[in-house]
Write a protein that binds this ligand. Structure first.
Ligand code: 5GP
Length: 199
């Protein structure tokens, strides 16, 4: 990470745009950046680790955290609830580490409203066909789930214009490099302007 004040970085994009892969690579290459682990009511998929990929909770537990004001943002995505814990984000920033949030566009918009200094990056798939290919290639979801995700992806694409940056994931290395360049430039800018004002 470049010197400068810690940042809240949001990465969004349609399901299948390669968000998780890009986020993982960016995190591996950025020691000063930590990943926010979201809370969700979705059940774990094969390979998902509780506390690493998500905190998997019941709908009741989710509602309790939300109603206690513990979530910086939350949204319903594909019929499940997802949220970002405010404390995780605030502790990282206070400790001088930037935080990466891999969340949907509703969440991204809420984060920007609450923390205007947040940097919003939208990942675009190279084409619609690629998106469908990636969703199917993943092989973890049934047809109804894939169709719902494709429909949601089309809606998500409309929100790209509200983001600070749009990056096309045509080539993984190039895309990761571009995202890292954005984060470094914003961290430097942020350092020059002073820290973000908490919302
Ligand atoms: P998945 O269930 O495939 O891991 O994630 C489904 C969608 O939920 C993805 O678009 C992901 O970015 C989004 N998501 C994950 N965590 C959060 C969160 O904390 N808040 C919001 N608003 N969306 C999230």
């Amino acid at each position: 990470m470049a010197p400068g004040e810690p940042l809240i970085v949001v990465i969004s994009g349609p399901s299948g745009a390669g968000k998780s892969t890009v986020a993982k690579r960016v995190l591996e290459k950025s020691p000063g950046l930590v990943r926010s682990v979201s809370v969700t009511t979705r059940g774990p998929r094969v390979g998902d680790v509780d506390g690493e990929d998500y905190y998997f909770v019941s709908p009741e537990e989710f509602a309790a955290r939300r109603d206690a004001g513990r979530l910086l943002e939350w949204a319903e995505v594909h019929g499940n609830l997802y949220g970002t814990e405010a404390e995780q984000v605030d502790l990282s920033i206070a400790g001088g580490r930037s935080v990466l949030l891999e969340i949907d566009v509703q969440g991204g918009t809420s984060v920007k409203a609450a923390r205007p200094g947040a940097v919003l990056i939208f990942l675009l798939p190279p084409s619609d066909g690629t998106l469908e290919e990636r969703l199917r290639g993943r092989g973890t979801d049934d047809e109804a789930v894939i169709l719902r995700r494709l429909e949601n992806a089309r809606k998500e694409l409309e929100s790209a214009k509200d983001y600070d940056y749009r990056v096309v994931n045509d080539d993984l290395d190039r895309c990761v490099g571009e995202v890292m360049g954005i984060i470094e430039a914003e961290a430097e800018k942020n350092g020059a302007d002073g820290p973000p004002v908490p919302g």
